[in-house]
Design a protein around this ligand. Structure first.
Ligand code: AMP
Ligand code: MG
Length: 396
């Protein structure tokens, strides 16, 4: 099919429309799922001194099997205050600095203390250095702990906090407006008259964006009226980085997104992608905002949001790798060959095997509730037997 843009090309063009948003300084506890804008370099050694990994006694390995004279104690948070000399042991606790002179920790279960005399009762440490965490064994000052563009997981936040940095420098969250279009739509939960349907796409999009660094406004709904839509788009563009419309993206008499975008002074960058579902996707700009026009069918809206809206939001928020990761698994059933557009089949991945769901009509919503993967079938892909490999994207 000529004239349809390949998915990768469309994604690249969309992300090229606007660069990442300016930096913002936030506290470590606000960092979850944000993207750091600069490499996080360690400003300190971790640990900054050799630490005990156990509760016990710090000794010299050469003094084994003892006995020892107990000389003071080293607890977490303070300097040991004294060197350990030949024949001496210092009481020590987990996380405390190992005193100079000592090179090994005996766990307290292996010794008995009687006044200031310590004797070996168990096996004792097998090697010099036992139960000591050497200085910089986690990381050393100057190490790159997290490269720019990393998405902050709870674990990455732990590393950033330990680095010695004062705070996090992340990309600002894009402000996203969701605009539904269609005379037939009613806010979900409201009474319906003949011909009306609940709006399922805006709560679906809000849910998708809830896992992303985005500031999402309350959804707007516009009737199938080009002039009103143009006015709404123009107004929203002043206060948002991304406007995502749903519906009205195709060629019907009531599909007004492209016309309204132009009336509002915006530009279309591309329209129509070689994918199924989701062919009529629109991308463009209006003022400083990026407009993404998703098709209205529930499965089309979901698939195009996964492949385009989420990467756009991540890119604007500073992501280095904004596109969804593509994995491979074995097919649980045979799969027909591909056609003229790339398919993103709603599928279920279970025990490492992929099964496309029955009901691939883009108008269906129920398969979205059970799918946990999008099975990717390329243009003109040959038919495959059960057990063959297939690409997929995780969606739940
Ligand atoms: P459209 O892209 O406007 O031609 O819409 C395609 C199909 O998707 C139509 O059947 C619409 O009723 C349906 N649709 C459009 N927007 C929504 C929405 N927000 N929620 C659920 N269905 C929708
Ligand atoms: Mg419509």
């Amino acid at each position: 099919m000529s004239g349809l843009l390949p998915v990768e090309e469309a994604q690249a063009r969309l992300l090229a429309l606007r660069g990442p948003l300016p930096p913002e300084k936030i506290s470590f506890s606000e960092g979850f799922r944000r993207y750091i804008l600069h490499d996080i370099l360690a400003q300190r050694d971790q640990p900054a001194a050799p630490l005990s990994a156990m509760d016990g006694y710090a000794i010299r390995f050469d003094d084994l099997p003892g006995p020892w004279t107990i000389v003071g104690e080293s607890a977490a948070g303070a300097a040991p205050g004294r060197t350990v000399n030949a024949g001496e042991a210092m009481r020590i606790f987990t996380g405390a600095i190992v005193p100079d002179g000592a090179d090994t920790i005996i766990v307290q279960e292996d010794v008995a203390a009687d006044g200031s005399t310590l004797t070996l009762t168990g096996d004792g440490p097998a090697t010099r250095g036992s139960h000591i965490r050497p200085r910089a064994s986690d990381f050393a000052a100057g190490d790159c702990l997290l490269p720019a563009g990393t998405r902050l997981t709870p674990g990455a936040i732990a590393a950033a906090a330990m680095s010695g940095a004062a705070q996090l420098v992340v990309g600002r969250r894009p402000r996203v407006a969701i605009v539904t279009t269609g005379d037939e739509l009613v806010q979900a939960g409201r009474a319906l008259t003949a011909g009306q349907i609940p709006d399922s796409n805006s709560p679906m999009l809000s849910a998708l964006l809830a896992g992303e660094p985005a500031a999402v406004s309350l959804p707007h709904h516009v009737r199938d009226d080009r002039a009103i839509l143009a006015k709404v788009l123009k107004d929203l563009a002043r206060r948002h980085d991304v406007i995502v419309t749903v519906g009205g993206a195709s060629v019907g008499d009531h599909d007004h997104v492209r016309g309204a975008l132009q009336d509002a002074g915006g530009q279309i960058d591309f329209w129509k992608i070689a994918m199924r579902p989701g062919k009529p996707l629109i991308a463009g700009t209006i003022g400083d905002a990026v407009l993404l026009g998703l098709p209205g069918n529930p499965s089309s809206a979901f698939v195009t949001a996964t492949l385009f809206l989420l990467p756009l939001v991540r890119h604007l928020a500073g992501a280095r790798d904004p596109l969804p990761a593509i994995h491979q698994a074995l097919l649980a059933t045979a799969l027909d060959g591909g056609g003229g557009r790339r398919d993103y089949l709603r599928a279920r991945l279970e025990n490492g095997r992929l099964t496309p769901l029955t009901g691939q009509d883009s108008g269906m919503t129920l398969p979205l509730a059970t799918a946990n993967a999008l099975l990717i079938r390329d243009i003109a892909a040959p038919p495959r037997k059960a057990g063959a490999l297939a690409d997929y994207i995780v969606i739940a």
